[in-house]
Design a protein around this ligand. Structure first.
Ligand SMILES: [Zn+2]
Ligand SMILES: [Zn+2]
Length: 348
């Protein structure tokens, strides 16, 4: 049996073609993929030598679909079930998981159980993944596209919860990509009073306004530090989140936060790169610096609940729904800032 998939043959070389359909595991299932989100990390992987020469490879991890086939030993799900396949899997047995910090799960085998292969018409889900969890049923009245936001929303949900964003915070977000937009919207839902968004792309900044952003700053046109100080009566923001892959924005963020405020390094900078920080300022201003990555199992469940609840305006975030054949177009639309979130349909 054949299926259609977007295979990566090398950096920027993605071809949609026929490939072997996966075989149903005896203790697992085959999911017919109905929608799959195009994530910033997918774009980074698809445009760099992310597999170190090991191609072809199928990326895509924001996967939703319908159970198409079940193995004879599979008992939890049945054909026709609508599922969201969260790529994170937690063992709930290691010291980190037991202590309530499953975001730091040290069981690498379990963590790698699910994750990729979504840019295709079908994906096999093994019995181990079903056993450990991270698979959620999608209610009938929720669209597949909305459910696919459960994944990208997860780390944002966890970050804002961990740093306690709430009334009456002033928040600075650096990076008006989809993640920055999620942060702005969720900050407002959590009670933040003022959200300031910084980016160098005007089209992204203009779009960010619809997600509760009160002030936009184009840092290629004005000094973002001075602009933030002006907007906060020279006090600085309560919390500053650097959500770009740039070392420079990490360094800058220290000058935008108030005394005793909190700076989060959310965006991953290139591995091995170093950021020069003004530690004199960190010391005298009592600044907290925190890294953020991922989410706990519990947070990932609640982030999915948020994505499918009417509280969250998923339809505003999904600017483009494209057939899988147009994955390359989806990548350029996202890169240029024309699209916020692109969701692909493998069956169109
Ligand atoms: Zn993602
Ligand atoms: Zn664990």
């Amino acid at each position: 049996m054949k299926m259609k998939a977007a295979l990566m043959y090398g950096p920027n070389d993605i071809r949609v073609e026929e490939t072997e359909k996966p075989v149903c595991p005896s203790d697992g299932l085959i999911l017919k993929i109905m929608a799959v989100g195009l994530c910033g990390s997918d774009i980074r992987n698809l445009t760099t030598d992310s597999r170190k020469g090991k191609y072809p490879f199928i990326y895509g991890h924001e996967i939703v679909g319908v159970v198409d086939e079940t193995g004879p030993e599979e008992t939890k799900y049945k054909v026709g079930d609508r599922l969201f396949l969260f790529p994170g899997t937690y063992c709930m047995e290691c010291e980190e998981c037991v202590s309530g910090h499953s975001e730091n799960c040290s069981n690498e085998h379990v963590a790698k159980l699910a994750g990729t292969g979504g840019f295709a018409q079908y994906i096999a889900v093994g019995g181990e993944k079903i056993h450990y969890g991270g698979i959620y049923e999608i209610p009938e009245d929720v669209t597949f596209e909305a459910a696919s936001l459960g994944e990208p929303l997860t780390s944002v949900f966890a970050c804002l919860e961990n740093i306690g964003v709430g009334f009456s915070d002033t928040i600075v977000i650096i990076g008006a990509g989809p993640i920055g937009d999620f942060m702005a919207q969720l900050s407002k839902i959590r009670g933040a009073q003022k959200v300031i968004m910084i980016d160098i792309n005007d089209s992204r900044l203009q779009m960010a306004k619809q997600f509760g952003v009160d002030h936009i700053i184009n840092s290629s046109e004005e000094d973002p530090i001075e602009a933030v100080l002006k907007l906060t009566n020279r006090r600085g923001a309560d919390k500053v989140i650097s959500a770009t892959p740039a070392n420079a924005t990490q360094a800058q963020s220290l000058y935008m936060v108030r005394k005793g405020g909190l700076v989060v390094f959310f965006g991953g900078v290139p591995k091995g790169s170093l950021t020069e920080l003004d530690t004199n300022l960190i010391h005298y201003n009592n600044i907290w610096i925190k890294g953020h990555f991922g989410a706990s199992y519990d947070q990932s469940k609640r982030a999915f609940q948020l994505a499918i609840s009417p509280t969250f305006p998923t339809e505003k975030f999904i600017t483009h729904i494209l057939p899988l054949d147009k994955i390359n177009e989806g990548i350029s639309l996202t890169r240029s800032g024309e699209a916020i979130k692109v969701v692909l349909h493998p069956w169109d």
